[in-house]
Ligand binder design. Structure first.
Ligand code: HEC
Length: 250
């Protein structure tokens, strides 16, 4: 092989590795997809953080739970770093899309605001189950984030417990794919698509049931869980739902 050609091939390989040979539009779209993926993980990290504190929150003996928004935020940031390998404390210098640098802090704020709003409920003495669970948290955090940024963010499942979480056509189709046993249970593999004639990007992150979900979503099917909803009879690893994001392209 002649030398010049070898150099060209080497350069192409390097540039491809950095996406630089892709047309600008494709590159821009992949940054929006990545932003959607990070937002979905951040919303679920908040849900998981509330879940990890569930027995503290439900403790009827204790008044002040010492679970203010600052404590929640610390745990949220640690969870997100573990899952997304992005440090929200040093977001400015992290290798994430500019759009994510704008939107991730807005979602952290929305999540903290929900924990702030629920302080009186959380710190109530003499009451065990207070109705403050990951799903309630997730619905409210997503609503606050949507109101503030205009970015569509939602938890969904088919069929949903809460009719407000009913999937639209796209979400129903992707949930069906997620539920297929051949869909990977590990690795937080998302599905994304360009929709509305190229005007928007959709991203969905599947949520699979863990042991901790089963007291409410597990067996026996039809029996009431602690929140008063009927259990679904699900098993560990079954599809529990998804986080759905839709971002308009400029
Ligand atoms: C304390 C009981 C409880 C636990 C534990 C629990 N859930 Fe739920 N989940 C609920 C309730 C109640 C709702 C409906 C809340 C509402 O009214 O919006 C819900 C709603 C959801 C939704 C939104 C879609 C829908 O059906 O409305 C998803 C997704 C979900 N749960 C997944 C999970 C996963 C995954 C876990 C474990 C990581 C989990 N849940 C743990 C009680 C629970």
């Amino acid at each position: 092989m002649n030398r010049a050609r070898a150099i060209v091939i080497a350069l192409v390989t390097v540039f491809l590795g950095h996406d630089l040979l892709l047309p600008p539009k494709v590159r821009a779209n992949s940054e929006v997809v990545e932003t959607g993926r990070l937002l979905a993980i951040l919303l679920d990290a908040g849900r998981v953080t509330i879940g990890a504190n569930q027995s503290l929150i439900n403790d009827p003996e204790r008044g002040d739970k010492n679970f203010p928004p600052e404590v929640f935020e610390k745990q949220l940031i640690a969870k997100f770093k573990e899952r997304a390998n992005v440090d929200l404390v040093n977001l400015k210098t992290e290798k994430v899309p500019e759009l994510a640098k704008k939107l991730l802090p807005a979602l952290v704020d929305a999540e903290k605001q929900v924990v702030t709003d629920y302080q009186i409920v959380i710190n109530k003495q003499g009451v065990g189950f207070k109705g403050f669970i990951p799903a309630t948290f997730g619905t409210q955090a997503a609503a606050k984030f949507r109101a503030k940024t205009g970015v569509y963010l939602k938890q969904t499942m088919n069929p949903p417990r809460n009719p407000k979480n009913t999937p639209d056509e796209f979400e129903a189709r992707v949930l069906k794919a997620f539920a297929d046993p051949s869909y990977p249970r590990q690795g937080e593999k998302i599905v994304s698509d360009t929709v509305d004639g190229g005007k928007a990007i959709r991203v969905m992150l599947p949520l699979f049931y863990l042991k901790g979900c089963l007291p409410c979503h597990g067996e026996p099917k039809g029996e009431k869980d602690i929140s008063g909803y009927m259990k679904e009879g699900a098993k560990e690893g079954d599809l529990g739902g998804a986080i759905s994001v839709k971002i308009q392209l400029k």
